[in-house]
Write a protein that binds this ligand. Sequence first.
Ligand code: SF4
Ligand code: SF4
Length: 473
Amino acid sequence: MNQIPVKDVTPKKGNGDKETFDLYAKREHIYVKYYKGFFKNFRIISGAIMLLMFYGFPWLQWDGRQAVLFDLPERQFHVFGMTFWPQDFMLLSWLLIILAFTLFFVTVFAGRLWCGYACPQFVWTWLFIWAERVTEGDRNKRIRLDKSTMSKDKAVRKGAKHLLWLLIAAASAIAFVGYFSPIRELVPNLFSFELGPWEMWWLAFFTVATYGNAGWLREQVCIYMCPYARFQSVMFDQDTLIISYDEKRGEKRGSRKKGADYKAQGLGDCIDCGNCVHVCPVGIDIRDGLQYECVACGACVDACDDIMDRMGYPRGLVRYTTEHQLEGKKTHLLRPRLIGYFVALIAMFSAFAYTLYSRVPLEVDIIRDRGQLYTTTPSGLIENVYTLKIANKEQNDHTYRISVSGIDGMTLVSEPVVDIAAGELLDYPIRLHVPPSDLEKPNYDIQFTVEAVDATSIRVTEENRFIGPAPSR
Ligand code: SF4
Ligand code: SF4
């Protein structure tokens, strides 16, 4: 059997054991105990905001269409009145880099805040834990229920739990697919059995994925699958806010009667009640020190504060603190790495905001006719032919005026005004004529300008070349 030593356990009870674990050990089910407290309320508020946004955004309307819709067949992404095309992919890359830097910044400052309060995996896990408690009862009841033989009560409770889990998972899948397929058509079509095959597939897939991840896998997703859990510790320093047990104050741990002079018995403030372990959704004991499994949810802080209140001891035996603070040293909130991340973040965010603000919802590509460099018309003019690919990236129809410049005497032969519907791409052939007497060299840089007639701020100028015969001397 493969066994490896994992850590030296501080000899808190005087035995100095070396803990080992079996690589193929069966996962122990975690029965999370109900608790109350400040950090729980904070987590409920942040989770509720996130769930409200996730379920609500697909139902919002903006300018008569779904406010957030990633229309993959049309390759258009509508976000609150703005339409992004695949050509705007650079903006998405910028946004992802900014989000990554925000995560680094927050992690250096306050550890795994993201995991504890905003990560979808844990927001849904807490939702599923709530459903478990509603249907099967709190921790001790659930343990007894799992140990008991099958009965009508057990079957009803287990059935209700899985039904509730499946309902939450299905609602989440509908909301998710609703970001890609208009939700106001998706839902009626679902109930009238008129969904297309890909919508059916993705609804089934996300229902099963949510049910499996939040109902069964839970902390294993964080421990074994999430890359952030693995690399976040390298961003920690001794001034990073972490949730920690104050060993100096808590040890030697042990039970005692309320009001007893425990210090005279050589005991610390930890009454060894195990509450901090019973509320932990990843099943670790915070008293063993900082562990990479810890998602910084604050449950152990709330649970221990509650015990401290009941015992009449000061709160904060388990608390948000820093390694420096625990060692009795000064904590430096402003430090070079944090300032560096902050400056980089501000610079990137400003550049992103400026690019977004100054973005013109019009795309013009010019393709020169590759068949012939130029032709001569019956009236002796030099002709060049182009195709203008004009994309109206707005959610309104527009009329555009096309003009050219760069050579005296150049005329645009084609109709200079075109109508393009919202979100449409038009291939528009253009012919330009120049009298040979105006050409002093064989090729010229010329400019095409396309401008919305009703909104002159929507204007794009692109360069191309006009080619003619070499002038005769
Ligand atoms: S909840 Fe507090 S008192 Fe109870 S075991 Fe944990 S650290 Fe000790
Ligand atoms: S140790 Fe505390 S903060 Fe960390 S996951 Fe467990 S309960 Fe949450």
